[in-house]
Every structure is written in structure tokens, then in C-alpha cells.
Ligand binder design. Structure first.
Ligand code: SF4
Ligand code: F3S
Ligand code: FES
Length: 253
């Protein structure tokens, strides 16, 4: 049965803005993005909102709903009381462009800074062979939909704008971990660059103090901290302090 939902939506741009209250029809089975679309269709035709799939797969509709980073298309209206005020604001860590749309180009910059997969020079495409257990290990990381909610919530950049230059954030440290765990990645053999050392020196792995906020908000339930960040930290320590491991050419496998 339909009811009137109470919405408080941030409206503004890079110059500033404010929360505005609206009453919008809501129906059984709807999600917050449905209500935002109805608001746009009936009351605020210039309301800016980014979305694409409405199925939790494109990662576009990230916002903060009642202060919690969430995908609007995956947040059911039924989790709120019908008379509750639902506050929708743009993700806070990135600069606002307009209303609920932020400039997430920081993330694309960080993605470009991660050295890509570097296969052994003597292998041709089609000759790659891997154990299933090695495939399984990084499969979890490839579920990432790049919603950047983990990037948004990590206090290292959320509360310290200055750190952005030196910190890749959980999503891209996880990407480095994925490549580091890839049995065929031969970046070090090919270029001399050790991914774990570079994660520490260039991508700010040491800034992460394992608060796990990134893991808590991930809509894909990826265990970012336990399965990517902590193993990377352990590898950094191993390489730095284990004198035998440092001498083994196959030590990463
Ligand atoms: Fe989003 Fe999770 Fe990927 Fe982070 S790791 S960008 S929270 S899907
Ligand atoms: Fe940030 Fe996640 Fe580490 S929230 S501090 S990257 S555990
Ligand atoms: Fe694609 Fe929400 S619209 S994840």
C-alpha cells in the first residue's frame, strides 16, 4: 500500500547547498532510488543523481542515507519506518558537482597509478596456466563494482584531505593485493618493482590502521581488510625482515 515518505535531500553545488524537505509517494517494494526518481519526476526536475543499472551492479548510485554510505538502488524503503525522515546526501569524501552527484575522478587517478598485470615475458596469451585455488583467491576481489563506498568511508581520506595525494584507498590497495597474489604476475622480474614495497611507499598501505570501515560498507561483502589489506601488510613485513625470504627469487608464489 502506498504512503507519503518524508525525504530530506541535499541540494546544491560546489559553492554550497542545504538540506531540503520533501514529501514523496512511496509504494511497496520500492527502493530509495525509486523515491529519488519520483521526486525528480514530480517536484525537482533539475535534481542531479547518478545511476545506471538499478540492480546493484554499476556502482553509480552511491550516497549517504541517514548518514550511512549505501547504494540507493539496493536500499529498500521498508527498512525505514513510514513516518521516519530519510536523509539523502552526496558521498562526503569527494567534491560535490551538483546535488547527489560527486566528482570521483580521484579514484580514476588512483586506478591509473597501479601498475597493470605483468605476465612472464616467455609466455604467450593462451599459454597461461594457473591452479584453481589461485583463481579462487582473487575471485572475491573481482566482484568489486567500483561504487567507491569503501573509498568514501575510509577515515584516512574522509577526514584528511591532505592524504589523498599519498593514499590509494582500500579499493586500489585491494587491486594491488589481487595482482600481488596472482601467480603469473611478474612485475618484479620484468621491471624490478616489488608490488608490496610499492604499495607501502607509493600507495600509502601504511596509512591503513585496519579500522575495517571499508569492509563494513562494501555492498559486495568483500572482506577487503581481512583478505586483501592485512595479507599485504604481512607480506611487507615478511619481505622487510625475513633475510632468507628476501633471497628467494620465487618468494611471492
Ligand atoms: Fe565498492 Fe566494495 Fe568495490 Fe569498495 S571494494 S568500490 S565498497 S564494491
Ligand atoms: Fe581505511 Fe579500510 Fe584501512 S577503512 S584504515 S582502508 S581497514
Ligand atoms: Fe547501479 Fe545502483 S544504479 S548500483
Amino acid at each position: 500500500m502506498g504512503y507519503q515518505a518524508h525525504l530530506r535531500v541535499w541540494r546544491g553545488d560546489a559553492e554550497g547547498g542545504e538540506l531540503r524537505d520533501f514529501t514523496v509517494e512511496a509504494n511497496e517494494g520500492e527502493v530509495v532510488l525509486d523515491i529519488i526518481h519520483r521526486l525528480q519526476a514530480t517536484q525537482c526536475s533539475d535534481l542531479a543523481v547518478r545511476w545506471n543499472c538499478k540492480a546493484g551492479k554499476c556502482g553509480s548510485c552511491s550516497a549517504e542515507i541517514n548518514g550511512r554510505p549505501r547504494l540507493m538502488c539496493m536500499t529498500r524503503m521498508s527498512i525505514f519506518e513510514p513516518d521516519e525522515v530519510i536523509t539523502v546526501t552526496p558521498i562526503r569524501t569527494f567534491p560535490v558537482i551538483k546535488d547527489l552527484v560527486t566528482d570521483v575522478s580521484y579514484n580514476y587517478q588512483k586506478a591509473r597509478e597501479v601498475p597493470s598485470f605483468s605476465p612472464p615475458k616467455d609466455l604467450q596469451p593462451g599459454e597461461y596456466r594457473m591452479q584453481q585455488q589461485d583463481v579462487n583467491r582473487s575471485q572475491e576481489f573481482r566482484k568489486c563494482i567500483e561504487c567507491f563506498l569503501c573509498q568514501n568511508v575510509c577515515h584516512v581520506i574522509r577526514d584528511h584531505e591532505d592524504n589523498k595525494a599519498n593514499f590509494a584507498g582500500p579499493r586500489f590497495l585491494m587491486r594491488i593485493a589481487e595482482l600481488e597474489m596472482h601467480p603469473l604476475d611478474s612485475l618484479e622480474e620484468n621491471t624490478g618493482a616489488d608490488r608490496t614495497a610499492v604499495a607501502q611507499s607509493d600507495h600509502g598501505l601504511g596509512f591503513c590502521n585496519i579500522t575495517k570501515c571499508c569492509t563494513e560498507v562494501c555492498p559486495e561483502n568483500i572482506k577487503i581488510t581481512d583478505n586483501a589489506l592485512i595479507p599485504m601488510k604481512e607480506r611487507v613485513v615478511d619481505r622487510k625482515y625475513d633475510p632468507i625470504l628476501r633471497l628467494l627469487p620465487w618468494r611471492k608464489r
